[in-house]
Design a protein around this ligand. Structure first.
Ligand SMILES: [Fe+2]
Ligand SMILES: [Fe+2]
Length: 267
């Protein structure tokens, strides 16, 4: 069984890639179950209910989130109605939404857990303590566990990979929007990558028009972010092959697809 985990879907380009190409990408990769990070899907910030529905019917099976989860004001009101959305677990108690969920999929129970890092991130509770509290019961309730660790620093993400090695089937990083080249199976069997990358515009700075970020960095004045809409666009993620007998990952491979205007007119 193959699991496709997709990096941060950014703005309209990201949504269009998922809506137009996810079925063919899934078929080509023979992917069964799809997890995508949706924290930047609506204008680069957060996830509206309309966009959540579009992505879930693409079909993405589960949307994970990150530090931008609350950027669309409506999210706190609708998130509890969607068991296919998980937001970082380590927000304070009482925060709307859920940090993990177990999905029944073709006879398998797939747990998905989302957590946020602490280094250069919002000041949330320790993800390691949060993992201690839920991972044992999640492992009992599921046949395999997929973790999206949304964090800035490579060190914190690699450390989390080792922390959950041998327990989670996969620990993948998100948030930096740049795919790392370190996809591998860790010593105790967990499939790992430091960052999945991003699904959205290839040019621009992490999804935003380059000239706007250059203006901000050069003038130190506030600017209004605008998503780069021009093609080429990119889809980034990993494909994890799970042995259905042992329920352990056999392999993890990077997915890095570029969609160009010439190949795909009309998008
Ligand atoms: Fe992001
Ligand atoms: Fe983020």
């Amino acid at each position: 069984m193959k699991i496709l985990m997709i990096g941060d879907v950014v703005g309209r380009p990201g949504r269009q890639i998922i809506r137009a190409y996810l079925p063919s990408v899934k078929a080509e990769l023979q992917a069964d179950f799809v997890v995508a990070n949706g924290e930047n899907a609506s204008g680069g910030n957060g996830l509206t209910e309309k966009n959540a529905r579009q992505l879930l019917s693409a079909p993405v099976d589960v949307l994970t989130m990150g530090n931008h989860v609350w950027r669309q004001k409506e999210t706190r009101d609708y998130i509890d109605q969607y068991d296919r959305i998980v937001r970082p677990l380590n927000y304070p108690p009482g925060t709307p939404g859920q940090g993990y969920h177990v999905y029944d999929f073709k006879g398998l129970r797939i747990g998905v857990l989302n957590m946020s890092g602490q280094s250069f991130m919002d000041n949330l509770d320790s993800p390691f303590t949060a993992a201690d509290q839920v991972v044992p019961k999640l492992l009992e309730a599921s046949d395999l566990l997929l973790v999206d660790f949304h964090a800035e620093t490579t060190s914190e993400k690699i450390a989390m990979g080792y922390y959950l090695d041998g327990q989670a089937a996969a620990v993948v990083g998100t948030h930096t929007h740049v795919q790392t080249a370190d996809a591998r199976i860790l010593p105790k069997g967990t499939a790992y990558i430091t960052d999945l990358g991003m699904t959205g515009p290839l040019n621009g700075v992490l999804g935003v028009k380059a000239e706007i970020i250059l203006e901000q960095l050069q003038t130190k004045m506030p600017v209004r972010y605008e998503i780069e809409r021009q093609m080429p666009w990119q889809l980034n993620g990993v494909l994890i092959d799970i042995d259905e007998t042992t329920l352990k990952p056999r392999s993890i491979e990077r997915v890095y697809k570029v969609f160009d205007e010439e190949d795909h007119p009309g998008l």
